[in-house]
Write a protein that binds this ligand. Structure first.
Ligand code: SAM
Length: 259
C-alpha cells in the first residue's frame, strides 16, 4: 500500500536526509557487526534505518512523532528483532533496553542534541558507541582540542566521558527541507577518563566558571576558587584562558577544590 505523503514538521526538527551517498557513508562509518544492538533515535521516514536494517542484530527505533510510527511499522514489517518505541528520547531510560551494549545512532533534531547527549552520557555504561548527525558547529565544539577557539564547556564535559571524533561534513542540500546550517557526523565512544574527578559536580563547577567569560584569564575567572599560587600548584598558568586547558588540568583543579 502506498504511504501518504508526510509533511516535515519543524517542531520535531524534521530535516530528512535524502542524499544516498551520505546515507551510505554514515552506515559505513557505523559498520554494524553481526548481532550488534542498534538504537536509532528519530528514524523519521526510515532513510538511515533502511541502510542499517540489513544487519541481523536487534534494532530499536525511538521516534517522537506518532504519525511516523505506522509508516515505520509498514516499511520494516517482517524485520526480525525490530522494536519501535514512540517516545521522547530525552525521557527514555536507555539502560532498560536489552541486549547491551547499545550502539546508538541518529540524525538528531538539532534543538535537542545537547540535552540528549548529556542524557545518554548519564547512561553511558550501557552504550558501546554513538554516531550522530549534528549541526557542524556543535560537532566542532564536541571535538575541539585544547587551544581551539571552538573549545568550551561542552567540549570538556563530553570529552571527559567520551572519545570524540568528527567523521564527515554534510551540506544542507543533502536534506529535505534543507536546514539553514551545515551539518557533520560525530562518533562518541564512552570510556573511563584517564584522570578521574573525585566529585563530578566539582568538575562541572570549575569548567562552567572557567568558560563563563572565555576571553578572560583563569586568574580572573577562577579567582573565587583559587589564587594564582594554587593554580600554578595544579599545573595551570594563571595567564591562560580556559580554552587552553586540557582535561587533566581541569580534573586536577576539580580535585583540589575545597582541599
Ligand atoms: N533519521 C531521519 C533522517 O535521517 O532522515 C530523520 C531525521 S530528523 C532530523 C529528526 C527525527 O527525530 C524526526 O523524525 C523527528 O520526528 C524525530 N524526533 C524529534 N524529536 C525527538 C525526540 N525528542 N525523541 C525522539 N525522536 C525525535
Amino acid at each position: 500500500m502506498a504511504r501518504p505523503e508526510h509533511r516535515p514538521r519543524k517542531r520535531f526538527g524534521q530535516n530528512f536526509l535524502e542524499d544516498v551517498q551520505v546515507l551510505r557513508s554514515i552506515a559505513h562509518c557505523i559498520a554494524p557487526r553481526e548481532g550488534d544492538h542498534l538504537v536509532e533515535i528519530g528514524p523519521g521516514l526510515g532513510a538511515l534505518t533502511a541502510e542499517l536494517a540489513g544487519n541481523s542484530g536487534p534494532l530499536t527505533l525511538v521516534e517522537l512523532d506518532r504519525d511516523l510510527v505506522p509508516r515505520l511499522q509498514q516499511q520494516f514489517a517482517g524485520r526480525p528483532q525490530l522494536e519501535i518505541i514512540q517516545q521522547d528520547a530525552l525521557k527514555l531510560d536507555f539502560s532498560s533496553l536489552q541486549p547491551r551494549p547499545l550502539r546508538v545512532v541518529g540524525n538528531l533534531p538539532y534543538n535537542i542534541s545537547t540535552p540528549l547527549i548529556f542524557h545518554l552520557l548519564e547512561q553511558s555504561q550501557c552504550i558501546a558507541d554513538m554516531h550522530f548527525m549534528l549541526q557542524k558547529e556543535v560537532v566542532d565544539r564536541l571535538t575541539a582540542p585544547p587551544g581551539s577557539s571552538h573549545r568550551g564547556r561542552l567540549s570538556v564535559m563530553v570529552q571527559y566521558h567520551c572519545h570524540t571524533e568528527k567523521l564527515m561534513e554534510v551540506p544542507p542540500e543533502a536534506f529535505n527541507p534543507a536546514p539553514k546550517v551545515d551539518s557533520a557526523v560525530v562518533r562518541l565512544v564512552p570510556r573511563a577518563c584517564p584522570w578521574q574527578a573525585d566529585k563530578p559536580e566539582n568538575l562541572e563547577k570549575v569548567v562552567a566558571l572557567a568558560f563563563s567569560q572565555r576571553r578572560k584569564t583563569l586568574r580572573n575567572t577562577l579567582k573565587n576558587l583559587f589564587n594564582s599560587d594554587q593554580l600554578e600548584a595544579a599545573g595551570v598558568d594563571p595567564g591562560d584562558r580556559a580554552e587552553q586547558l586540557g582535561l587533566q588540568q581541569f580534573v586536577e583543579l576539580a580535585n583540589r577544590l575545597g582541599k
